[in-house]
Ligand binder design. Sequence first.
Ligand code: DAH
Length: 346
Amino acid sequence: MIEKIEEIYSSFKNELNALSKQAEVLNLKAAILGKKGSLSEILKGLKDASPEERQKIGPVSNEIKKSIERDIIDKLKAIEFDEINEKLEKNRTDFSLRDSLRELGLQGGGLHPTHQIQREIEDVFLSMGFEVLDGPHIEDEYHNFEALNIPETHPARDMQDTFWFADKKHLLRTHTSTIQIRGMKERKPPFAFVGPGKVFRSERTDTTHEMAFHQLEGMMVGEKINTGHLIYFMKTLLKAIFKKDMEVRLRPGYFPFVEPGFELDIRWKKPDPKDESARHSGWLELLPCGMVHPNVLKAGGVDPEKYSGFAFGLGLDRLVMVNYAIEDIRLLHRGDLRFNKQFASF
Ligand code: DAH
């Protein structure tokens, strides 16, 4: 009887190997383990066997039954896997197709200049060990103001015209500094991150003002972080963007979430395309920054007695405008392909 059972198992294995459809596997299972299955039929004969035989056959047949069940599950999984792979292979998206599309004279896509600069800056900071964080566009009063040392009565709230929701508690974030609080709460010092994103102000638009624009926040917190670190990282950033060492100057600037706060200016020459020799140079206000205020560290769960940090908030659209000598910020947001295509990154 044992030989018979083993025979059933080995022919089951052979048959199973040859199958490629789940339904066939289930049929095979029924043909062996089902009520009228070959193994079940043999086991029915057990009742006529001697007690010694039964004692021998019982465990063997149980083992084999288990093996069959296991083999079936494995086979079903393997078939499913093959099917998924086959589907993936069939519906393959060829991401390199973009170039062939262009050869055919069809439209491909490209990155907006603001996002090109954003990615470039992210890469610079990633290479220096910073993380890149995200934050929500819809914020609460706490993260946008309170935790950043801007209490309700503080005049600084007037500096930012805000899109409030009807509940007067939520708003469209007016700056990416909100990411400082969220980032600090989730980590233990030392840490460093940047947080790029869209911000919103309820402002009348003109050549330098938009209702929605892009900032990139940055923060580094650790023991003995000082203004020297801030300047070093800002200069490294500017060098990566402008591809040369930039002359910078720090002026005092007021932001409630930093103390001291600075406006970092770069020495900027505005080229005059008509006259190579007539270039006017000057200082360009580019990068507000400072040493993180102790109250802000506290709000982020960081002990200001032990740790210090710097923060900065870079206007990405501003940077694009400076880089490409674009005179109206509204051009960046209009979605006009004739404009966008000039900067397409392909
Ligand atoms: N959040 C400020 C704004 O939108 C910019 C800013 C200033 C960010 C100083 C900073 C900073 O991190 O240190 O106007």
